[in-house]
Design a protein around this ligand. Structure first.
Ligand code: CP3
Length: 358
């Protein structure tokens, strides 16, 4: 946050940054930009660090978390850092045996299928994730005026990994449990909401300036099912942070039909993938929330004139929203040329810069 050690708020600081201003729907010097998965395999300096350290272990070493989180800020000049971690980190801290397998994603040793399984997910405290607390405190010092985004996985997306036992295209086992045993489903998601809320509170107390709740796979559901099975739990997380003093971003993929409901869950900013233009998205979300997005990550693999035209279009359509944070519609692909990311940051800043004399 902006409170200095003497307890007096510092003028400037992350709370006055273009990113936080846009989240709060306040005017700023330019449209802020950061990239989901900006810390990761597109960067050679990341691959070098990770060559000898497994993913989960790297998330538990504060000095590595700090270094990897800072890499894209140094290289690209993005307007925000995102904590290097993973959505399954708090679930592992809650006692679930899992690993992140290179090229696959999270794999759970004993998938959650019964009420007894749900009881294996223990509530967490700061002590269970002290490495995250420590990394955030270091990062806030290192980042100065650049805001740090904390994050967590939303109950549905976490439940999908836990019930399937790993990544899934159809989420069939997850939906079978959801439709087949509604009571067990709500018990599971209720427990995951508690873990997620506790994890985000640790990050906020340590000093993150904003949080993003990733419900990456919520787009697998109809709006009616989303409202019945998912919205109450995501609302428990986001509304639990209403007085935490930091903007809340709520993101999913393929969620064009869910944008209104995802905003209702208690978000200040709704993330939009590339399928829905930002002006259309704003119509669904309403004028009381900012939007974040929404360049197709695959466009970054195209020749520069194509990238430039898409950035222009998105900035133009983003003007319909009361606040716009430029981002991709999903994470940076590992094969992305990092030079292109740097050029996109410069282009967004140049095209959107608002000088006082204009
Ligand atoms: O965005 C950032 O730069 C911060 C770091 C971050 C990671 N995972 C690091 C990571 C964030 C925000 C996440 C969130 C996450 N993890 C989500 C939600 C966002 C999304 O992409 O939809 C999900 C669904 C996961 C689960 C997960 N973890 C997947 C699907 C994978 C990729 C599997 C693969 O190897 O392709 C992971 C592993 C993971 N998380 C990596 C990184 C940098 C790759 C690990 C490696 O370098 O080998």
């Amino acid at each position: 946050g902006t409170a200095a050690r003497d307890g007096y708020p510092r003028p400037g600081g992350p709370a006055d940054s273009p990113f936080i201003r846009a989240c709060r729907r306040r005017p700023g010097p330019h449209t802020p930009v950061w990239f989901m998965r900006q810390a990761g395999r597109s960067l050679p300096e990341y691959r070098e660090i990770r060559a000898s350290v497994p993913m989960l272990e790297s998330c538990r070493r504060p000095e590595l978390v700090t270094e990897i989180t800072l890499q894209p800020v140094r290289r690209h000049g993005v307007d925000a850092a995102i904590l290097f971690s993973d959505i399954v980190v708090p679930v592992a801290a809650a006692g679930i045996d899992l690993d992140i397998v290179p090229g696959t994603g999270p794999v759970v040793a004993e998938p959650i299928r019964t009420a007894a399984d749900v009881q294996r997910i223990r509530p967490i405290t700061r002590d269970d994730v002290s490495y995250v607390d420590e990394a955030v405190r270091q990062l806030v010092v290192e980042l100065g005026d650049t805001p740090l985004i904390g994050f967590a996985g939303a109950p549905f997306t976490l439940a999908s990994y836990l019930v399937e036992g790993g990544p899934s295209r159809t989420h069939a086992k997850t939906k079978a449990l959801m439709y087949g045993d509604e009571e067990l489903w709500h018990a599971l998601c209720g427990r995951l909401a508690e873990v997620t809320l506790a994890f985000l509170r640790v990050q906020i107390e340590a000093g993150v300036s904003a949080v993003q709740l990733f419900d990456s796979w919520a787009g697998a559901l109809s709006e009616a099912d989303y409202r019945r099975y998912v919205l109450p739990h995501s609302t428990a997380v986001l509304s639990g942070l209403v007085n935490a003093g930091v903007p809340r971003i709520h993101f999913g993929v393929g969620t064009g039909e869910l944008l209104g409901a995802m905003g209702e869950a208690g978000a200040d900013v709704v993330g939009v993938d590339w399928r829905t233009p930002l002006d259309v998205a704003t119509g669904r979300i309403g004028a009381d929330k900012a939007v974040q997005g929404n360049l197709d990550p695959c466009v970054l693999l195209a020749p520069w004139p194509v990238v430039e035209a898409e950035v222009r279009r998105i900035l133009e359509q983003g003007r319909a929203a009361p606040g716009h944070v430029f981002n991709l519609g999903h994470g940076v692909l590992p094969e992305t040329d990092p030079e292109v990311l740097t050029r996109v940051v410069a282009l967004v800043h140049e095209l959107s810069s608002r000088r006082a004399d204009q």
